[in-house]
Design a protein around this ligand. Sequence first.
Ligand code: GDP
Length: 440
Amino acid sequence: ASFSKSDSNGAEDQLLDEMLASSVHDRSCLSRYRSAPYRRESPYKPSADLVKSLRRYEALHKSCGPQTEAFEKSMLLLKNPHGGPSRCKYLVWTPENGLGNRMLSLASTFLYALLSDRVLLIDRGKDLDSLFCEPFPGSSWLLPPDFPLKFRAIFNKTHPHRFGNMLRSRSISDDVPQPAMVYAHLSHDYDDQDKRFYCEADQMLLHEVPWMVLRSDQYFVPALFLLPSFERRLHQLFPQKEAIFHHLGRYLFHPSNPVWDLIISYFEANLAGATETLGIQLRIYGSENPIINLVTRQILNCTWGEKLLPLPTGERLPGFSLGISFHQPSHEERQQTGREAHDAKALAEIFLLSTADTLVTSAWSTFGYVAQGLGGLTPWILRGPVHAAVPRPACVRATSMEPCFHFPPTTTAQQEGSLRRQRSSHTRPSAETEFRGCKW
Ligand code: GDP
């Protein structure tokens, strides 16, 4: 590409300060080493510990991943749980909800894999393999199609190997033989037994289980800090806590060549000439009545009020030249998760938002969280939901670019109540019960 946004020079920038291994120079994933110039230079540098851990993880993945002897041996354990010890432990991630939810949950799951020495494999769902490049050099993170566990229909709250259920029925404890597989249900509707995943003593029960399946639609990184065995390491890996998703997301998510082509062709045709770009991500939740006039007013109140756009009076704001152009990359109108062409456009749009200099996002939207994290941008958040009037103020500045954890395991009754009120017009169910803590 001819365009270069960041001023810093090539090689160091391409490798994102060595977060990316330098060994994967092939044309199967053009975005891997070409994304950096499209974004503002990141003020957040990955720690030396993180870089070292990523190289160590990549070596582990290569030696235990699909098509290795260790993998074949471990797979046998799923058929015969008493088939002997396995050298490698696995973490199988399964997708849930829209692309933003998936990316946040996948990044969180990868961090858990890193901390617990597990090898991350993903259920590709309908199209994840066509959206993203393989992130780990010389290996694959895709669960082979002949893998013996079937997904979606099976991994839900009634699964007998669901960790919460196993704790309830005492089929996992220090006193019974360890299972070959456990299913950790960490989605928004997890219950207080599932939440014991974040308790040290319960985490110890999971430590040696060779296969773990994990399902979540959440950014659950903050809860990993609750585990004393991980906490110190997390501080070493991420001295800047507000940049965890920023680094994990940039490391893991490289758009596949067809998606990269969408991104670059749109960028070059529409955005490359801009001196400054403002990204606006608009998400209207479950509204049947057209409130678009209110939302439009809210956007204007926000962007004029915060001086992100010049007022129509002709008043010149410092730094603004005349002529402003407006671009909307896709017009999908409604969510169609699982349709490859739709998801490709969604990913392209997330990526394009991440190239903006300034970002305005919608409250509670994981789509916006991913864009802000990849871009290293602390957004202005349009307050919502909007019903009968424009909220005042129309938007507020986020405290950091880290994504929100919508349903954390510890919430006081008061917080839970206020969350419910805020979400009153969303379709999201709230967590079943309040977590009683780790003392059982
Ligand atoms: P959330 O529901 O806002 O938290 O975000 P998700 O990404 O999890 O789910 C919303 C889905 O709706 C996206 O993944 C897309 O499929 C679609 N979507 C929402 N907003 C946009 C948008 O601005 N552009 C495109 N192309 N798709 C969108």
